[in-house]
Design a protein around this ligand. Structure first.
Ligand SMILES: Cc1ncc(COP(=O)(O)O)c(C=O)c1O
Length: 442
């Protein structure tokens, strides 16, 4: 069965009677006019279709629990949707914890991840009632225990491990291979467990956690990941009489950015994971554990698009044609960070034939600020609204103020209604943390 991550466009995308692109029943040209550009637009129907697909796909394994990896895109409104969809949250910073907490999210359903959690981060996590912390390294084990002792509490933890599985994705988004900055190497697990058992009495180790990478198109890596973890569970059970009953497999399911991408459906991935759980629990003689997954990109990526207004253009004599837009690497770092590719349409002219090869450039003072290189589009006119599909994940969440360009607004669309979920930043907000020291006020 198909799932929304296999489509480039949000599932409600269509051309309306005005001849414009429409998502969630809202005309994209009207949205651009009302809220300005650049604008992130999120389709609620696509988000919920994807969370529903995950729940449906895994329903034959009742001990399966879903968390949304908030790093892909997080606002208080998204926290509300995830709560309604009965997803937990995978959080990776003090800021994400604070956002979830202040949105009213049930914090017992959250996991705190990351490879360098500070005293302040861990303290905030515990103050806000984060359910579980994934301990990434020896430094963190000691720190979490020290803070737990000072508060006289027991903290539920997972051990983040690097299972040694290489998936074929961009090296910046591979995480489960041995030479990774994340997690305990398999050879370090015993040492960690002995420290927890003998010294860190305020840590309650409940299971193992891994995440092998992002934008994954292969099923086998998930099968193998389960096997590596279950083999470890068996080894730890035999060696330490330790019954770890929770496993977190991370996220990673890929999405379709361009026609070249062939992501698998969530139903296929679920079948593989569940098969591997059944086969490997029998093989290693362990009780079937609670299994968590924490997808980010596949939940929110397809649901989001970015709208830009076309501005200046330049034809290099005997070279490329550049079309500049009013945003770029500060609202979407992915193309300059890892050569990400996108599918683009002109929202006010979606049916015109593609007649020219063009490179869409951002407005930042950086040659590498290219949003889409050598793509085929109809001839673009100044003022056209360009719609970049599949920008929902790691787009806004990686945005910056490079060149002191303001962060864009984001709206949620559904049934012909649009609601702001992030206001466009203002120049006042941009400068509110700036201080001119007295010594300079001469
Ligand atoms: C620990 C962890 N879990 C989940 C995710 C989400 O991955 P994805 O967005 O590919 O599903 C990430 C992404 O980097 C991660 O680091």
């Amino acid at each position: 069965m198909q799932s929304p991550n296999q489509s480039i466009k949000p599932i409600t995308t269509q051309i309306n009677s005005a001849g414009n692109l429409e998502i969630g029943g809202c005309d994209l040209v009207e949205l651009a006019d009302k809220y300005g550009t650049p604008l992130y637009v999120f389709d609620e129907t696509t988000i919920r279709a994807m969370t529903s697909a995950y729940k449906e796909a895994f329903k034959s394994y009742p001990k399966m629990k879903m968390m949304f990896a908030a790093k892909a895109f997080m606002t208080k409104a998204i926290c509300k949707i995830m709560e309604q969809e009965e997803f937990g949250l995978d959080l990776c910073s003090g800021g994400e914890i604070y956002t979830a907490f202040t949105s009213g999210f049930d914090m017992s359903k959250t996991l705190f991840n990351g490879n360098n959690k500070s005293y302040e981060d861990i303290n905030l996590a515990l103050e806000c009632g984060v359910g579980t912390i994934s301990a990434d390294n020896f430094f963190e084990l000691a720190l979490i225990n020290q803070i737990a002792v000072s508060k006289n509490i027991i903290v539920r933890i997972l051990l983040r491990i690097t299972p040694g599985i290489e998936c074929h994705t961009h090296e910046y988004i591979q995480t489960g291979h041995l030479d990774s900055k994340f997690g305990f190497d398999l050879t370090q697990i015993d040492n960690a467990i002995e420290l927890i058992t003998d010294e860190y009495k305020n840590l309650n180790l409940v299971g193992l956690h891994a995440h092998i990478g992002s934008q994954i198109f292969e099923k086998k890596v998930y099968f193998d990941e389960v096997e590596v973890i279950f083999k470890e569970l068996k080894r730890l059970k035999d060696k330490y009489i330790l019954n770890l009953h929770e496993v977190n497999l991370g996220g990673g399911l890929g999405i379709k950015y361009t026609e070249k991408d062939k992501p698998i459906s969530v139903y296929d991935i679920a079948e593989t994971i569940i098969d591997s759980i059944k086969i490997n629990s029998e093989k290693y003689g362990i009780e079937e554990p609670s299994v968590f997954i924490e997808p980010g990109r596949s939940i929110i990526g397809t649901a989001g698009v970015t709208l830009y207004t076309a501005g200046s253009s330049k034809q290099v004599p005997k070279g490329r044609k550049y079309q500049a837009v009013d945003g770029g690497m500060s609202d979407n770092a992915r193309p300059s960070l890892y050569q990400a590719e996108y599918t683009v349409q002109i929202a006010n002219n979606p049916e015109a034939d593609n007649t020219e090869k063009v490179t869409i450039a951002g407005k930042h003072c950086e040659s590498g600020d290219i949003l889409a290189k050598d793509i085929l589009l109809p001839e673009i006119q100044e003022g056209d609204i360009l719609c970049f599909y599949t920008t929902g994940a790691y787009g806004y969440s990686m945005s910056s103020n490079y060149n002191r360009i303001l962060k864009p607004a984001a709206v949620l669309v559904n049934n012909g209604k649009s609601d702001i979920i992030i206001n466009r930043q203002t120049y006042e907000q941009l400068c509110e943390s700036d201080i001119i020291p007295d010594s300079l006020n001469r």
